[in-house]
Design a binder for this molecule. Structure first.
Ligand SMILES: CC(C)(COP(=O)(O)OP(=O)(O)OC[C@H]1O[C@@H](n2cnc3c(N)ncnc32)[C@H](O)[C@@H]1OP(=O)(O)O)[C@@H](O)C(=O)NCCC(=O)NCCSC(=O)CC(=O)O
Length: 405
């Protein structure tokens, strides 16, 4: 139990590497779609394309929420939607069932997701493999997470065909995994890598919001918040145990030290996601940020405990937090007493569900390299990756940044 008074949450996973070492991230890549919507002009766009300009008060509320998102994200980041022609303006205008608040539309939405998810994922994979520097044929396993669809044959099958990977590549598909799906995928990859000598596990997340885009309703502000918050992106990482990097020519970036996953008691209604004839309907409860911040102290304390880290203050660690929304990030920062700038990379990007942590991770690595820091974790050794989603589930991964040289 943490001194925060939060409920005892963390169920620690065993950590018994059998592949001769701990799993590490050996390459990272991301991809974002070509369609960009500026947060500033998004309220005008969204109310126009959903034929809702008559809902004047609701539009003002939405504009306020988006304004806050604009302050929250750095100006150079925008929200993005799938680059497929079908989720362009043309597609939205041609499909009023998608832009209505509630209209039967699952089929038409699903087509966009089915095509867009593996394609965007493949772009991120190519970037991750380029960063890794080894041939794609060295990949032995894939763990693919998406919250954006649920069709079979699954997105990982399409992905291996797009990439030309052997059809014998061993796959794990995590559908409807929530925003913590990227962290779950890393946990599964860690277990695979540490149990199979020479395994090289490709972790992929890809989120395309075609199933959740819908018009506004005065009686469903939780949906409106979801419309303001979420965007599309894909992330990828190559994970493997690399005991002798000098002989393999690989460059471990972050060691995956320990994983945890916990459900916060009494929070079933905080985030509810239903697959319906009308698409995926998301309801976010206004207390969600409070639930996360109330629980976070206990979760983080347990995650750091007993592994021999040198961290005596949370500011001595680097932080990769899922960018849930302004209120969530501010709440976590305050509860953990983090110093200014500790969540800077989280604030740099919006919420792209399971992909968010990869955008943050890549950004941190990029900044650290640019500044000549000793590790990709802002020059620090220990760090915490944290994401949350329906359940409410909080998932963490304790990271150890490897020296860059
Ligand atoms: C949306 C915000 C950025 C807006 O911030 P602001 O500072 O502008 O203002 P605010 O918080 O006062 O909210 C503005 C108005 O919206 C209302 N409001 C906010 N959130 C609401 C909700 N979930 N349901 C109903 N109403 C809500 C407020 O009461 C207020 O109404 P009034 O004007 O009447 O007073 C912030 O509230 C936020 O970050 N909320 C958390 C978003 C969230 O749930 N993220 C998790 C996504 S899930 C995820 O990431 C995991 C996953 O997908 O798996």
């Amino acid at each position: 139990m943490g001194s925060s008074g939060a409920p005892e949450l963390t169920h620690e996973l065993s950590n018994n590497p059998r592949a001769g070492g701990r799993a590490t991230i050996l390459g990272i890549g991301t991809a974002v779609p070509v369609h960009v919507y500026e947060q500033k002009s998004f309220p005008d766009y969204y109310f126009e394309i959903t034929n809702s300009n008559h809902l004047v008060d609701l539009k003002a509320k939405f504009a306020n929420i988006c304004k806050c998102m604009r302050n929250y994200h750095s100006a150079r980041r925008q929200r993005r939607r799938s680059g497929t022609c079908t989720s362009s303006d043309e597609w939205l205008r041609a499909n009023p069932s998608v832009t209505a608040y509630m209209s039967t539309s699952l089929n038409v939405r699903q087509q966009v997701a089915e095509e867009g998810i593996p394609r965007l994922g493949a772009e991120a994979v190519c970037n991750a493999i380029g960063n890794w520097g080894k041939p794609a044929s060295s990949i032995t396993h894939i763990v693919f997470a998406t919250t954006s669809t649920g069709c079979l044959p699954s997105a990982d099958v399409t992905l291996i065909k797009l990439l030309g990977l052997p059809l014998s590549t061993k796959r794990v598909m995590l559908y409807q995994s929530g925003c913590f799906g990227g962290t779950t995928a890393l946990r599964v990859a860690k277990d695979i890598a540490e149990s199979n000598r020479d395994a090289r596990v490709l972790v992929v997340t890809s989120e395309v919001m075609s199933l959740i885009i819908r018009g506004p309703s005065e009686s469903h502000v939780g949906n409106l918040v979801a419309q303001a918050v979420f965007g599309d992106a894909a992330g990828a990482a190559v994970v493997g145990c690399c005991c002798h990097p000098s002989s393999t020519g690989e460059r471990p970036v972050f060691e995956l030290v320990r994983a945890s996953q916990d459900v916060i008691p009494g929070t079933d209604d905080a985030m509810v996601v239903k697959v319906q004839q009308e698409g995926v309907v998301i309801t976010l409860h206004r207390d969600l940020p409070l639930h996360v911040s109330n629980a976070i102290g206990g979760v983080v304390e347990s995650a750091f405990r007993g592994v021999g880290t040198t961290v005596t203050s949370y500011d001595e660690a680097f932080w990769l937090l899922h960018a849930g929304g302004r209120a969530v990030v501010d709440g976590v920062e305050e509860r953990l007493g983090l110093g200014e700038g500790k969540l800077a990379v989280t604030r740099e990007y919006g919420n792209t569900r399971s992909t968010t942590i990869f955008l943050a991770m890549e950004e941190m690595r990029r900044r650290s390299e640019e500044r000549g820091m000793a590790t990709a974790g802002e020059g620090l050794e220990w760090g915490m990756l944290m994401a949350f989603g329906p359940g409410l589930t909080v998932e963490t991964m304790l990271l150890r940044a490897m020296p860059r040289n």
